[in-house]
Write a protein that binds this ligand. Structure first.
Ligand SMILES: [Zn+2]
Length: 334
């Protein structure tokens, strides 16, 4: 372990939870350069790289602790020499201030702010906007320096709601974009059962790296929100193992004996106003099915019932602001 990197007795996560505004550079004996760009942001440049650049992020929502702990364990293993890195790697713990309070966010949802700089400049200042500006700048810098590499960004989350698909990926919309089979193999190895193909450009972290840099990028929903220290990390062992294997040998993922299910967005449900009613139970699971004829939402003027093939609801939230998205309705691809 490179003991100079963090305070005595601290690992990357502990360091991130107690320290602000640090940046330094270390070169290890094996020639690996380690750049500490900012709180929670660490870059590794091994002396040998197989031409891949990976952005691995978690904690964009501060209370989604399991992926944060997985990334922390990967950093510890890299520093201890247990993982022999074969790619350039930018590690990001997205929102240290929210992580310290184990809150999803402080002022506003960070994962809605990753848009191009001109649009970002028009947003109301907040703790999250400052962090989004910093993270975009660091991702821009990292991915532009690796312009010729195979660029991949995995943004790890856990969900508030239960889900009929325990783990699923969201593939952001970028014009003319197609997912790569090798990425799907990695996601399957991480225990991901379903991939949701988005229908229009978004403002999430993974959208940003896809739209601005042409990175292959995915938001990964890996399970349920729990406090730090209360995650059963054995349940996430396949996530850790798949990522660790990829870091050592980006083209080495063993194909699990399963197929990915793909879903496409059929429509967005918008909260139309005060009479809007979304037909979901408080504990409704993501990917719950509505059959033909079933009512999904209504207000005083209109109602929406499924016609034809079943539609599944994802990210239902009837309490968003008026005019905002209250749910996605998706259908399984043939
Ligand atoms: Zn999240």
């Amino acid at each position: 372990m490179n003991s100079n990197l963090f305070l005595p007795g601290h690992d990357f996560l502990a360091h991130t939870l107690v320290t602000d505004d640090c940046s330094f550079e270390v070169v290890q004996q094996d020639g690996m350069q380690i750049l500490f760009h900012a709180t929670g942001v660490l870059e590794f440049s091994p002396s040998h790289s197989a031409g891949h650049a990976l952005v691995l992020s978690a904690g964009v929502h501060g209370n989604e602790t399991a992926p944060i702990e997985i990334i922390n364990n990967l950093v510890t293993a890299i520093l201890a020499g247990h993982i022999q890195l074969q790619c350039s790697l930018l590690i990001i713990l997205g929102h240290p201030q929210a992580m310290r309070q184990e809150q999803r966010y402080i002022e506003t949802n960070l994962n809605r702010l990753f848009v191009e700089p001109l649009r970002r400049n028009t947003y109301k200042p907040s703790i999250e906007l400052s962090r989004a500006n910093l993270l975009c700048r660091l991702v821009d810098d990292f991915l532009m320096r690796h312009g010729q590499a195979e660029k991949l960004h995995l943004d790890l989350h856990t969900a508030i709601r239960r889900s009929r698909k325990e783990r699923f990926a969201i593939f952001p919309y970028v014009e003319n974009r197609a997912y790569l089979q090798q990425d799907i193999q990695l996601l399957l190895a991480m225990g991901i059962e379903a991939t949701l193909l988005m229908h229009k450009a978004g403002s999430t972290f993974s959208s940003y790296s896809g739209l601005q840099h042409g990175a292959r990028s995915y938001t990964l929903e890996l399970g349920r929100v729990r406090p730090f220290g209360q995650n059963d990390l054995t349940a996430y062992q396949n996530v850790y193992d798949a990522l660790a294997a990829w870091l050592c040998e980006p083209d080495s993922i063993v194909t699990p004996d399963r197929q990915m299910e793909f879903y496409s967005v059929r429509s967005e449900v918008i909260r139309t106003g005060e009479h809007f009613e979304l037909m979901v139970a408080a504990d409704q699971e993501n990917f719950s099915e509505y059959l033909s004829g079933e009512l999904v939402w209504r207000d005083h003027e209109q109602e929406y019932r499924v016609q034809g093939r079943p539609e599944l609801i994802v990210f239902p939230n009837p309490n968003v602001e008026f005019g905002h998205r209250a749910a996605l309705l998706v259908q399984k691809n043939d």
